[in-house]
Design a protein around this ligand. Sequence first.
Ligand SMILES: [Zn+2]
Ligand SMILES: [Zn+2]
Length: 112
Amino acid sequence: MHREGMNPDDVQPEDILCDFCGDPAWSAGTACIEGHQGSLICGSCLTIAYRSLVLERQDLPSAPCRLCLETRDDPAWKGICVEGSACRRCIKQAAGALHKSKDWDWVKPLDS
Ligand SMILES: [Zn+2]
Ligand SMILES: [Zn+2]
């Protein structure tokens, strides 16, 4: 998401925040991946969400997803400190993409 009050004609890296924890992941150089309409999930949120939704298969209620902008039947992970949820499909896709990305050394969390 974009920082409140930023200039849309002059977007700075620090204006781009993780939708789920509010960290300026982009300017901090943290692994992160984009969703629709400028939404962003950072690697640490993705790790937590992947654990909850994919590994532990927690039975979470569905919610409008910030990343695909849909409300699906999938369980949705609720962000840490910001209003926003991510559906299981998006988390799986994002984890797959970030895992493969050569720009980051983020790896999918393993079943423990
Ligand atoms: Zn985050
Ligand atoms: Zn989604």
